[in-house]
Design a binder for this molecule. Structure first.
Ligand code: SF4
Length: 437
């Protein structure tokens, strides 16, 4: 049987599928020329498949099937032809849900069996019942070879994989590996994703990872062995860890650093500043860490605490950013604007702090009421279209900020951040260092 692993895209802007808990994001920040330039630049930065596709490719191959991967584009840029396969496994996301349903319906109309899986199918299976033959709630890998059983029908409770180390390593043989990249990480050569941790042990109320998964982590030995095989088989230069939180457990992180160091690969990870210090960062840098993503969110730590976040202190964040800059680790600082108690003064103070930190890259997302999070209730009677959940769009009635005010603060944050000479100097220094690395 020919199994197609299908990812549907319907937006022109940079779309990332395995962020925001697998709901996906679309980088759309404004209409001005500088905003459009930034949007375009981000599109060139990264192209990575969702790790779950690699796992399913391996399982399908082990079950004796042939596998091919397809990106199917729908929308203004034109429609890609439908893949000719016997079984279509379609990755679901909130951001492209409408186009995914349409592609599923077209495939079924042609007689192709369709299975929907992923975070949005898990949270809202009803969105795909009727469009697909089978809708998986949970992690499809948990079903093993049963996933390919023709008797499977309707909504299927797959649950979660208990022992991630027991899964066979992902296979990328059926994917256009040479096209995958993450420019912040490896200037030259291919980058592939690795999923070492699923879910998160923390409980930030607004975080979609809490809603779509449960916390588990693989042993460091198992992760290192996967990276070793990625290098051996695909010659990867970079590994993008897709863990919601890479550094929960210091002993595990040290074991990972020690295991990765001899492999001579570059890697990235999302970390908490309060679980790092200069020594650990230096050890990770020696092991290949070149890009560090930090959840900073807001300068108003009380506002974050009331959203059930345990925020690192400003001093911890400043210390880690300074250490990373000294060591040549490029930092992406993530901020969120528009939480219910946020206001214009708070947003301007947060952006001022972002400029002080002056990291290599920033994200100023807008608080989004994702399904299953504590912000969902703020929608009231509103029912935005799935496509509106870009991660950068105001979707609920904010007590002090009208949607257009929030949009213009978002655009101002990006444009004014990147238009500073101090930022240009730092960017050039880090980029030059990366080229020599
Ligand atoms: S620490 Fe990060 S990944 Fe974990 S719940 Fe909070 S925002 Fe989500």
């Amino acid at each position: 049987m020919l199994v197609g692993l299908i990812t549907v895209y319907s937006h022109q802007e940079c779309t990332l599928k395995d962020v925001a808990g697998g709901y996906g994001t679309v980088f759309r920040i404004g209409q001005s020329l500088p905003a459009r330039v930034l949007e375009r630049a981000k599109g060139h930065l990264a192209a990575l498949p969702s790790p779950v596709l690699g796992y399913l490719a391996r399982q399908a191959t082990e079950a004796g099937h042939e596998v091919r991967a397809f990106d199917v584009r729908r929308g203004a840029a034109g429609d890609d032809p439908l893949p000719e396969v016997d079984l279509a496994l379609v990755l679901t996301s909130l951001i492209d849900a409408t186009a995914e349903r349409a592609v599923m319906a077209e495939l079924r109309a042609r007689g192709t069996r369709v299975i929907a899986f992923g975070s949005y199918a898990t949270q809202r299976p009803g969105q795909y019942i009727g469009a697909a033959d089978v809708v998986i709630e949970g992690e499809p890998e948990a079903l093993g070879a049963r996933l390919f059983d023709a008797k499977l029908e309707g909504a299927v409770q797959a649950g979660f994989v208990d022992d991630l180390d027991a899964l066979p390593f992902p296979s990328w043989d059926a994917f256009p590996v040479a096209r995958y990249r993450y420019a912040l990480l490896s200037q030259r050569g291919t980058t592939l994703p690795v999923s070492g941790v699923r879910g998160c042990a923390f409980g930030c109320g607004y975080c979609p990872f809490r809603a779509t998964s449960k916390f588990r982590q693989r042993s460091p030995e198992n992760v290192v062995e996967e990276v070793r095989r990625l290098k051996e088989r695909y010659g990867v230069r970079g590994v993008a860890f897709r863990d919601p939180l890479f550094n929960l457990d210091e002993d595990r992180v040290i074991a990972l650093a020690d295991g990765l160091a001899p492999l001579d690969v570059r890697f990235s990870g999302e970390m908490r500043a309060d679980r790092l210090d200069r020594d650990l960062l230096a050890r990770l840098r020696d092991a290949g860490l070149r890009s560090l993503e930090l959840g900073v969110e807001s300068v108003d730590l009380g506002l974050l605490t009331r959203q059930k976040r345990q925020p690192p202190s400003m001093q911890q964040i400043e210390n880690i950013v300074e250490a990373a800059h000294d060591l040549g680790v490029r930092v992406i600082a993530n901020f969120m604007m528009g939480l219910p108690e946020d206001d214009e003064a708070g947003i301007r103070a947060t952006v001022a702090w972002a400029k002080e930190l002056n990291t290599f890259a920033v994200q100023f997302t807008v608080a989004t009421p994702y399904p299953g999070t504590s912000l969902e209730g703020l929608l009231g009677d509103r029912d935005p279209a799935p496509e509106a959940y870009t991660g950068w769009e105001p979707l609920f009635d904010h007590p002090t900020l009208a949607p257009d005010e929030l949009r213009s603060l978002r655009e101002w944050a990006y444009v004014s951040y990147h238009a500073r000479p101090r930022y240009a100097i730092h960017f050039a220094q880090q980029a030059a260092r990366a080229m020599l690395d």
